[in-house]
Design a protein around this ligand. Structure first.
Ligand code: PMP
Length: 437
Protein backbone atom coordinates (compact mmCIF):
# COMPACT_ATOMS: atom_id res chain seq x y z
CA UNK A 1 0.00 0.00 0.00
CA UNK A 2 1.24 3.46 -0.88
CA UNK A 3 1.21 6.36 1.59
CA UNK A 4 -1.41 8.81 0.32
CA UNK A 5 -0.71 12.54 0.04
CA UNK A 6 1.17 12.84 3.32
CA UNK A 7 3.47 15.70 4.31
CA UNK A 8 7.08 14.60 4.80
CA UNK A 9 8.77 16.87 7.35
CA UNK A 10 12.22 15.71 6.17
CA UNK A 11 11.56 16.86 2.58
CA UNK A 12 12.05 20.51 3.56
CA UNK A 13 8.89 22.01 2.09
CA UNK A 14 8.67 25.62 1.19
CA UNK A 15 7.10 26.68 4.50
CA UNK A 16 6.73 30.07 6.12
CA UNK A 17 8.54 30.50 9.44
CA UNK A 18 5.18 30.70 11.22
CA UNK A 19 3.92 27.41 9.69
CA UNK A 20 7.23 25.69 10.43
CA UNK A 21 6.88 26.67 14.08
CA UNK A 22 3.22 25.56 14.17
CA UNK A 23 4.15 22.15 12.69
CA UNK A 24 6.89 21.71 15.31
CA UNK A 25 4.51 22.65 18.13
CA UNK A 26 1.84 20.36 16.68
CA UNK A 27 4.18 17.37 16.53
CA UNK A 28 5.39 18.05 20.06
CA UNK A 29 1.88 17.91 21.51
CA UNK A 30 0.01 15.57 19.13
CA UNK A 31 2.78 13.00 18.72
CA UNK A 32 3.80 10.84 15.77
CA UNK A 33 0.58 9.23 14.47
CA UNK A 34 -0.96 12.23 12.70
CA UNK A 35 -0.32 13.05 9.02
CA UNK A 36 -0.76 16.43 7.36
CA UNK A 37 -1.89 16.60 3.73
CA UNK A 38 0.44 17.88 0.97
CA UNK A 39 4.17 18.39 0.47
CA UNK A 40 3.40 21.98 1.41
CA UNK A 41 0.76 21.76 4.18
CA UNK A 42 -2.20 24.12 3.93
CA UNK A 43 -3.20 26.35 6.85
CA UNK A 44 -6.83 27.46 6.84
CA UNK A 45 -8.52 29.99 9.05
CA UNK A 46 -12.00 30.32 7.52
CA UNK A 47 -14.50 28.52 5.28
CA UNK A 48 -17.53 29.55 3.26
CA UNK A 49 -19.49 27.38 0.81
CA UNK A 50 -16.98 25.58 -1.44
CA UNK A 51 -14.11 27.83 -0.36
CA UNK A 52 -11.46 27.57 2.35
CA UNK A 53 -9.32 30.63 3.10
CA UNK A 54 -5.71 30.50 4.25
CA UNK A 55 -4.10 32.74 6.84
CA UNK A 56 -3.17 35.21 4.07
CA UNK A 57 -6.82 35.47 2.92
CA UNK A 58 -6.32 33.39 -0.26
CA UNK A 59 -9.36 31.31 -1.37
CA UNK A 60 -8.95 27.59 -2.15
CA UNK A 61 -11.56 25.69 -4.16
CA UNK A 62 -12.66 22.66 -2.14
CA UNK A 63 -13.09 19.65 -4.42
CA UNK A 64 -12.48 17.17 -1.62
CA UNK A 65 -14.30 17.72 1.67
CA UNK A 66 -17.56 15.76 1.81
CA UNK A 67 -18.04 16.32 5.55
CA UNK A 68 -19.05 19.94 4.90
CA UNK A 69 -21.94 18.44 2.93
CA UNK A 70 -24.00 21.61 2.50
CA UNK A 71 -20.97 23.91 2.28
CA UNK A 72 -18.50 25.24 4.84
CA UNK A 73 -20.10 27.27 7.62
CA UNK A 74 -23.55 26.99 6.03
CA UNK A 75 -25.55 29.76 7.77
CA UNK A 76 -28.74 27.68 8.35
CA UNK A 77 -26.67 25.02 10.16
CA UNK A 78 -24.56 27.49 12.14
CA UNK A 79 -27.72 29.31 13.24
CA UNK A 80 -29.51 26.08 14.22
CA UNK A 81 -26.51 25.01 16.33
CA UNK A 82 -26.16 28.43 17.98
CA UNK A 83 -29.90 28.74 18.66
CA UNK A 84 -30.18 25.30 20.31
CA UNK A 85 -26.88 25.69 22.20
CA UNK A 86 -28.20 28.87 23.75
CA UNK A 87 -31.37 27.12 24.99
CA UNK A 88 -30.53 23.55 26.06
CA UNK A 89 -28.01 20.81 25.43
CA UNK A 90 -28.31 17.58 27.34
CA UNK A 91 -28.37 13.81 26.85
CA UNK A 92 -31.04 11.49 25.46
CA UNK A 93 -32.46 10.16 28.74
CA UNK A 94 -34.78 13.13 29.07
CA UNK A 95 -37.70 13.73 26.79
CA UNK A 96 -36.96 16.21 24.03
CA UNK A 97 -38.90 17.05 20.87
CA UNK A 98 -35.81 17.67 18.74
CA UNK A 99 -34.61 14.06 18.49
CA UNK A 100 -38.08 12.74 17.67
CA UNK A 101 -38.87 15.48 15.14
CA UNK A 102 -35.57 14.86 13.41
CA UNK A 103 -35.86 11.04 13.45
CA UNK A 104 -39.36 11.18 11.97
CA UNK A 105 -38.22 13.39 9.09
CA UNK A 106 -34.94 11.54 8.55
CA UNK A 107 -36.48 8.06 8.43
CA UNK A 108 -38.70 9.22 5.53
CA UNK A 109 -35.50 9.22 3.46
CA UNK A 110 -35.15 5.42 3.83
CA UNK A 111 -37.05 2.44 2.45
CA UNK A 112 -39.87 1.45 4.79
CA UNK A 113 -38.04 -1.68 6.05
CA UNK A 114 -35.50 0.50 7.86
CA UNK A 115 -37.56 1.98 10.64
CA UNK A 116 -35.30 2.84 13.58
CA UNK A 117 -32.59 5.48 13.97
CA UNK A 118 -29.96 5.18 16.71
CA UNK A 119 -27.73 8.22 17.08
CA UNK A 120 -24.01 8.37 17.78
CA UNK A 121 -21.34 11.09 17.67
CA UNK A 122 -19.17 9.61 14.93
CA UNK A 123 -19.26 7.31 11.93
CA UNK A 124 -16.91 4.98 13.82
CA UNK A 125 -19.35 4.68 16.69
CA UNK A 126 -22.10 3.99 14.16
CA UNK A 127 -20.15 1.15 12.52
CA UNK A 128 -19.12 -0.21 15.91
CA UNK A 129 -22.74 -0.30 17.07
CA UNK A 130 -23.80 -1.89 13.77
CA UNK A 131 -21.24 -4.66 14.34
CA UNK A 132 -22.43 -5.28 17.89
CA UNK A 133 -26.00 -5.59 16.67
CA UNK A 134 -24.97 -7.82 13.76
CA UNK A 135 -23.13 -10.15 16.13
CA UNK A 136 -26.01 -10.26 18.57
CA UNK A 137 -28.55 -10.94 15.80
CA UNK A 138 -26.57 -13.59 13.92
CA UNK A 139 -24.61 -15.16 16.77
CA UNK A 140 -21.59 -14.93 14.46
CA UNK A 141 -18.34 -12.97 14.67
CA UNK A 142 -16.95 -13.09 11.12
CA UNK A 143 -16.89 -9.91 9.02
CA UNK A 144 -16.11 -9.51 5.32
CA UNK A 145 -14.68 -6.20 4.09
CA UNK A 146 -12.74 -5.07 1.02
CA UNK A 147 -8.94 -5.12 0.77
CA UNK A 148 -8.42 -1.42 1.34
CA UNK A 149 -11.50 -0.68 3.41
CA UNK A 150 -11.73 2.04 6.03
CA UNK A 151 -14.56 1.87 8.54
CA UNK A 152 -13.33 3.77 11.57
CA UNK A 153 -11.12 4.27 14.58
CA UNK A 154 -12.35 1.93 17.34
CA UNK A 155 -10.40 -1.26 18.12
CA UNK A 156 -13.04 -3.47 16.47
CA UNK A 157 -13.09 -1.30 13.34
CA UNK A 158 -9.33 -0.82 13.05
CA UNK A 159 -9.13 -4.63 12.98
CA UNK A 160 -11.15 -4.57 9.77
CA UNK A 161 -9.74 -1.39 8.21
CA UNK A 162 -6.70 -2.47 6.16
CA UNK A 163 -6.25 1.06 4.81
CA UNK A 164 -4.87 2.15 8.22
CA UNK A 165 -1.41 0.94 7.29
CA UNK A 166 0.98 -1.96 7.57
CA UNK A 167 1.27 -1.70 11.37
CA UNK A 168 -2.47 -2.15 11.77
CA UNK A 169 -3.34 -5.83 12.39
CA UNK A 170 -6.37 -7.40 10.73
CA UNK A 171 -8.24 -9.70 13.14
CA UNK A 172 -8.48 -13.49 12.57
CA UNK A 173 -12.28 -13.33 12.22
CA UNK A 174 -12.01 -10.81 9.33
CA UNK A 175 -11.82 -11.78 5.65
CA UNK A 176 -10.66 -9.34 2.96
CA UNK A 177 -12.06 -9.48 -0.57
CA UNK A 178 -10.98 -7.70 -3.74
CA UNK A 179 -12.91 -4.50 -4.39
CA UNK A 180 -15.33 -4.69 -7.34
CA UNK A 181 -12.99 -3.02 -9.82
CA UNK A 182 -14.48 -2.84 -13.30
CA UNK A 183 -11.41 -1.08 -14.75
CA UNK A 184 -8.75 -3.59 -13.70
CA UNK A 185 -10.90 -6.65 -13.21
CA UNK A 186 -11.99 -8.98 -15.96
CA UNK A 187 -15.45 -10.35 -16.57
CA UNK A 188 -18.63 -9.74 -14.65
CA UNK A 189 -17.97 -7.50 -11.60
CA UNK A 190 -21.12 -8.62 -9.78
CA UNK A 191 -20.35 -12.31 -10.25
CA UNK A 192 -16.69 -12.02 -9.28
CA UNK A 193 -17.45 -9.89 -6.20
CA UNK A 194 -20.09 -12.42 -5.09
CA UNK A 195 -17.65 -15.28 -5.74
CA UNK A 196 -15.03 -13.61 -3.52
CA UNK A 197 -17.60 -13.18 -0.75
CA UNK A 198 -18.65 -16.85 -1.12
CA UNK A 199 -15.01 -17.90 -0.90
CA UNK A 200 -14.49 -15.77 2.23
CA UNK A 201 -17.55 -17.42 3.81
CA UNK A 202 -16.24 -20.89 2.94
CA UNK A 203 -12.88 -20.02 4.46
CA UNK A 204 -14.56 -18.78 7.65
CA UNK A 205 -16.48 -22.04 7.90
CA UNK A 206 -13.27 -24.00 7.56
CA UNK A 207 -11.90 -22.06 10.52
CA UNK A 208 -15.08 -22.45 12.60
CA UNK A 209 -15.96 -18.78 12.27
CA UNK A 210 -19.66 -18.01 11.91
CA UNK A 211 -20.28 -15.06 9.55
CA UNK A 212 -21.93 -11.98 11.08
CA UNK A 213 -21.78 -9.39 8.33
CA UNK A 214 -20.64 -8.14 4.97
CA UNK A 215 -19.70 -4.49 5.59
CA UNK A 216 -18.96 -2.21 2.63
CA UNK A 217 -18.73 1.46 1.80
CA UNK A 218 -21.23 1.48 -1.07
CA UNK A 219 -18.95 3.58 -3.30
CA UNK A 220 -15.69 1.91 -2.18
CA UNK A 221 -13.97 5.25 -1.63
CA UNK A 222 -10.74 4.07 0.00
CA UNK A 223 -10.43 1.12 -2.43
CA UNK A 224 -10.43 3.51 -5.41
CA UNK A 225 -14.11 4.55 -6.05
CA UNK A 226 -16.20 1.83 -7.70
CA UNK A 227 -19.78 2.61 -8.62
CA UNK A 228 -20.63 0.64 -11.73
CA UNK A 229 -22.34 -1.29 -13.03
CA UNK A 230 -25.16 -0.28 -10.67
CA UNK A 231 -26.60 -3.42 -9.09
CA UNK A 232 -23.28 -5.26 -8.70
CA UNK A 233 -23.68 -5.58 -4.92
CA UNK A 234 -26.86 -7.64 -5.06
CA UNK A 235 -25.43 -11.16 -5.58
CA UNK A 236 -22.84 -10.60 -2.81
CA UNK A 237 -25.57 -9.50 -0.40
CA UNK A 238 -27.50 -12.67 -1.29
CA UNK A 239 -24.40 -14.73 -0.46
CA UNK A 240 -23.91 -13.25 3.04
CA UNK A 241 -27.62 -13.68 3.84
CA UNK A 242 -27.57 -17.30 2.68
CA UNK A 243 -24.70 -17.86 5.12
CA UNK A 244 -26.71 -16.39 8.03
CA UNK A 245 -24.96 -13.00 8.06
CA UNK A 246 -26.36 -9.53 7.47
CA UNK A 247 -25.46 -6.70 5.12
CA UNK A 248 -24.27 -3.38 6.55
CA UNK A 249 -24.09 -0.43 4.12
CA UNK A 250 -21.53 2.16 5.24
CA UNK A 251 -22.95 5.41 3.82
CA UNK A 252 -20.52 7.74 5.61
CA UNK A 253 -19.07 8.88 2.27
CA UNK A 254 -21.64 8.18 -0.48
CA UNK A 255 -24.76 9.11 1.52
CA UNK A 256 -26.91 12.24 1.69
CA UNK A 257 -27.58 12.53 -2.04
CA UNK A 258 -23.95 12.63 -3.13
CA UNK A 259 -24.34 9.91 -5.75
CA UNK A 260 -26.99 12.05 -7.43
CA UNK A 261 -29.40 9.39 -8.56
CA UNK A 262 -30.62 8.47 -5.09
CA UNK A 263 -30.18 9.64 -1.51
CA UNK A 264 -28.06 6.61 -0.53
CA UNK A 265 -25.36 4.68 -2.34
CA UNK A 266 -26.98 1.29 -1.65
CA UNK A 267 -30.08 2.36 -3.61
CA UNK A 268 -28.09 2.27 -6.85
CA UNK A 269 -27.70 -1.45 -6.25
CA UNK A 270 -31.37 -2.22 -5.68
CA UNK A 271 -30.76 -3.78 -2.27
CA UNK A 272 -32.21 -3.26 1.19
CA UNK A 273 -29.45 -3.33 3.82
CA UNK A 274 -30.14 -4.73 7.28
CA UNK A 275 -28.27 -1.79 8.77
CA UNK A 276 -27.15 1.52 7.20
CA UNK A 277 -24.51 3.65 8.90
CA UNK A 278 -24.11 7.40 8.38
CA UNK A 279 -21.43 9.83 9.51
CA UNK A 280 -20.53 13.43 9.92
CA UNK A 281 -21.83 14.87 6.62
CA UNK A 282 -25.11 14.45 8.57
CA UNK A 283 -24.25 17.49 10.72
CA UNK A 284 -22.11 19.34 8.14
CA UNK A 285 -19.13 18.53 10.37
CA UNK A 286 -20.89 18.81 13.72
CA UNK A 287 -20.28 15.38 15.36
CA UNK A 288 -23.53 13.54 14.79
CA UNK A 289 -23.88 10.15 13.10
CA UNK A 290 -25.96 7.03 13.47
CA UNK A 291 -27.39 3.76 12.27
CA UNK A 292 -30.69 3.07 10.54
CA UNK A 293 -31.81 -0.45 11.23
CA UNK A 294 -34.61 -2.87 10.54
CA UNK A 295 -36.80 -3.60 13.59
CA UNK A 296 -36.23 -7.36 13.26
CA UNK A 297 -32.45 -7.04 13.37
CA UNK A 298 -32.35 -4.75 16.43
CA UNK A 299 -35.23 -6.32 18.37
CA UNK A 300 -33.43 -8.80 20.62
CA UNK A 301 -30.37 -6.53 21.05
CA UNK A 302 -32.67 -3.71 22.17
CA UNK A 303 -34.55 -5.88 24.62
CA UNK A 304 -31.46 -7.29 26.26
CA UNK A 305 -28.96 -4.40 26.09
CA UNK A 306 -29.44 -0.78 27.00
CA UNK A 307 -28.20 1.80 24.46
CA UNK A 308 -27.08 5.10 25.83
CA UNK A 309 -24.51 7.31 24.12
CA UNK A 310 -24.27 10.35 26.37
CA UNK A 311 -24.22 13.04 23.69
CA UNK A 312 -25.13 11.00 20.62
CA UNK A 313 -28.28 12.72 19.38
CA UNK A 314 -28.23 15.58 21.88
CA UNK A 315 -30.54 18.53 21.10
CA UNK A 316 -27.76 20.58 19.45
CA UNK A 317 -26.70 17.65 17.25
CA UNK A 318 -30.28 17.01 16.23
CA UNK A 319 -30.77 20.70 15.40
CA UNK A 320 -27.64 20.57 13.21
CA UNK A 321 -28.71 17.35 11.47
CA UNK A 322 -32.24 18.62 10.92
CA UNK A 323 -30.93 21.86 9.39
CA UNK A 324 -28.64 19.86 7.06
CA UNK A 325 -31.51 17.65 5.94
CA UNK A 326 -33.72 20.67 5.25
CA UNK A 327 -30.98 22.33 3.19
CA UNK A 328 -30.34 19.16 1.16
CA UNK A 329 -34.03 18.74 0.41
CA UNK A 330 -34.94 22.44 0.08
CA UNK A 331 -32.00 23.33 -2.15
CA UNK A 332 -32.31 20.12 -4.19
CA UNK A 333 -28.68 19.21 -3.55
CA UNK A 334 -29.14 15.60 -4.67
CA UNK A 335 -30.29 16.93 -8.04
CA UNK A 336 -27.30 19.29 -8.04
CA UNK A 337 -25.00 16.33 -7.36
CA UNK A 338 -26.47 14.60 -10.40
CA UNK A 339 -26.28 17.49 -12.88
CA UNK A 340 -23.01 19.05 -11.69
CA UNK A 341 -21.52 15.57 -11.33
CA UNK A 342 -22.47 14.74 -14.91
CA UNK A 343 -20.99 18.03 -16.18
CA UNK A 344 -17.81 17.32 -14.23
CA UNK A 345 -17.54 13.72 -15.44
CA UNK A 346 -18.08 14.85 -19.08
CA UNK A 347 -15.31 17.43 -18.69
CA UNK A 348 -12.98 14.85 -17.14
CA UNK A 349 -13.68 12.43 -19.98
CA UNK A 350 -12.78 15.20 -22.46
CA UNK A 351 -9.50 15.71 -20.58
CA UNK A 352 -8.92 11.94 -20.81
CA UNK A 353 -8.86 12.24 -24.61
CA UNK A 354 -6.17 14.93 -24.31
CA UNK A 355 -4.00 13.34 -21.60
CA UNK A 356 -3.15 9.60 -21.86
CA UNK A 357 -2.25 9.84 -18.14
CA UNK A 358 -6.00 9.60 -17.43
CA UNK A 359 -6.89 5.92 -17.71
CA UNK A 360 -10.40 5.93 -16.27
CA UNK A 361 -13.12 8.32 -15.09
CA UNK A 362 -15.77 6.69 -12.90
CA UNK A 363 -18.22 7.32 -10.10
CA UNK A 364 -21.69 8.67 -9.53
CA UNK A 365 -22.90 12.23 -8.99
CA UNK A 366 -20.41 14.28 -7.00
CA UNK A 367 -18.25 11.28 -6.16
CA UNK A 368 -15.78 10.73 -8.98
CA UNK A 369 -12.55 8.78 -9.20
CA UNK A 370 -10.00 9.57 -11.91
CA UNK A 371 -7.44 6.81 -12.26
CA UNK A 372 -4.03 7.87 -13.54
CA UNK A 373 -1.80 5.43 -15.40
CA UNK A 374 1.61 5.71 -16.99
CA UNK A 375 1.04 3.05 -19.68
CA UNK A 376 -2.34 2.51 -21.31
CA UNK A 377 -1.51 -1.08 -22.30
CA UNK A 378 -0.38 -2.34 -18.89
CA UNK A 379 -2.43 0.21 -16.87
CA UNK A 380 0.69 0.81 -14.78
CA UNK A 381 -0.43 3.00 -11.84
CA UNK A 382 0.97 6.56 -12.16
CA UNK A 383 1.55 7.00 -8.44
CA UNK A 384 4.34 9.59 -8.59
CA UNK A 385 2.48 11.62 -11.24
CA UNK A 386 -0.66 11.59 -9.08
CA UNK A 387 1.30 12.96 -6.13
CA UNK A 388 2.71 15.71 -8.36
CA UNK A 389 -0.75 16.51 -9.69
CA UNK A 390 -2.36 16.68 -6.23
CA UNK A 391 0.43 18.97 -5.03
CA UNK A 392 0.35 21.01 -8.27
CA UNK A 393 -3.37 21.60 -7.74
CA UNK A 394 -2.73 22.61 -4.14
CA UNK A 395 -0.19 25.20 -5.34
CA UNK A 396 -2.93 26.51 -7.69
CA UNK A 397 -5.31 26.61 -4.71
CA UNK A 398 -7.47 23.62 -5.53
CA UNK A 399 -7.95 21.00 -2.82
CA UNK A 400 -8.09 17.34 -3.78
CA UNK A 401 -6.49 14.09 -2.70
CA UNK A 402 -5.84 10.58 -3.96
CA UNK A 403 -7.08 7.10 -3.10
CA UNK A 404 -6.71 3.44 -4.04
CA UNK A 405 -4.02 0.83 -3.31
CA UNK A 406 -1.49 2.70 -5.47
CA UNK A 407 -2.65 6.21 -4.49
CA UNK A 408 -3.20 6.90 -8.20
CA UNK A 409 -6.91 7.73 -8.20
CA UNK A 410 -7.98 11.35 -7.78
CA UNK A 411 -10.81 11.47 -5.25
CA UNK A 412 -13.29 14.14 -6.35
CA UNK A 413 -15.84 14.60 -3.56
CA UNK A 414 -16.69 18.28 -3.03
CA UNK A 415 -19.40 19.79 -0.82
CA UNK A 416 -22.82 19.11 -2.38
CA UNK A 417 -23.28 22.80 -3.19
CA UNK A 418 -20.49 22.61 -5.81
CA UNK A 419 -21.84 24.45 -8.86
CA UNK A 420 -21.29 24.10 -12.59
CA UNK A 421 -19.20 27.27 -12.43
CA UNK A 422 -17.02 25.69 -9.70
CA UNK A 423 -16.73 22.55 -11.85
CA UNK A 424 -15.67 24.59 -14.90
CA UNK A 425 -13.01 26.34 -12.83
CA UNK A 426 -11.73 23.02 -11.49
CA UNK A 427 -11.57 21.49 -14.99
CA UNK A 428 -9.65 24.47 -16.32
CA UNK A 429 -7.07 24.41 -13.47
CA UNK A 430 -6.81 20.62 -13.74
CA UNK A 431 -6.11 20.96 -17.47
CA UNK A 432 -3.41 23.58 -16.77
CA UNK A 433 -1.83 21.39 -14.06
CA UNK A 434 -1.96 18.19 -16.13
CA UNK A 435 -0.02 20.03 -18.84
CA UNK A 436 2.89 20.40 -16.38
CA UNK A 437 3.04 16.71 -15.34
N1 PMP B 1 -16.60 4.81 7.34
C1 PMP B 1 -16.12 5.48 6.28
C2 PMP B 1 -16.33 4.92 4.91
C3 PMP B 1 -15.42 6.69 6.49
O1 PMP B 1 -14.95 7.35 5.43
C4 PMP B 1 -15.25 7.18 7.80
C5 PMP B 1 -14.54 8.50 8.07
N2 PMP B 1 -13.88 9.09 7.05
C6 PMP B 1 -15.76 6.44 8.87
C7 PMP B 1 -16.44 5.27 8.60
C8 PMP B 1 -15.56 6.89 10.29
O2 PMP B 1 -16.21 8.06 10.59
P1 PMP B 1 -15.69 9.01 11.76
O3 PMP B 1 -14.39 9.60 11.34
O4 PMP B 1 -16.80 10.01 11.93
O5 PMP B 1 -15.54 8.18 12.98
Amino acid sequence: MTMINAFDPSAGANLSAADRTLIERRERVLGPAYRLFYAHPAHFVRGEGVWLYDDQGNPYLDVYNNVASVGHCRPEVVEAIARQASVLNTHTRYLHDGIVDFAEDFLKEFPSGLRHLMLTCTGSEANDLALRIARHYTGGTGVIVTKLAYHGVTGDLAELSPSLGSGNKIAPHVRLVDAPDQYRGTGDVAASFAASVAQAIADMKQHNIKPAALLVDTIFSSDGVFADPAGFLKPAVDEIRRAGGIFIADEVQPGFGRTGVEMWGFQRHDILPDIVTVGKPMGNGHPVAGIIVSPTVVDSFGKTSRYFNTFGGNPVSCAAAHAVLKVIKGQKLQENALTTGQYLADGLKRLATKYPLIGDVRGSGLFIGVELISDSRTKQPATAETTRLVNGLRERRVLISATGPHANVLKIRPPLVFSQENAAMFLSILDETLATI
